[in-house]
Design a protein around this ligand. Sequence first.
Ligand SMILES: [Zn+2]
Length: 126
Amino acid sequence: VVKILGIVGTTLEALSIATNVPSRNMGKKDIVKISNRELSKEEVDRIALISPRATINIIRNFKVCEKQGVEIPTLIVGSVQCPNPGCITRTNEPIKSRFAVLPEGKGLRCLYCDSVITKDLTSYII
Ligand SMILES: [Zn+2]
C-alpha cells in the first residue's frame, strides 16, 4: 500500500505502520496511517486490488469522521505494466495500459494482448 501511494523516504507525510493488530472481524489486521493525505479514486482502486478487504478511515481532529470500504474496480487504466514485453503498451507508443479485472479480483487481463497477471500484482504496479 505504501508503495502504491508513492510514499518514499523523501516525501513529507508522517507515516506509521502497524502489523498483526488484533481485529474483531478479521482476527488480525495491518494499519497504515498517513498524515495530511486524502486519497484519489485511482489510489483507492489500486489499494482495492491488492487489499480488497481494506477500510479507509479519514481522521480529522483526532476522530474518525469517515469510514469507507474499497470496491474492486472493473477496469485499471495506466497504473499497471503489462508483463508481455511485446505488448503495444510497452513500446514508445503513447498508449496507456488497460486491464480488465477478473471476477473477484483474481487477476488482471491486458485488453491489448490478453496477457493475464494472477500473482505478484504489486510488482506490476507502476
Ligand atoms: Zn499487454
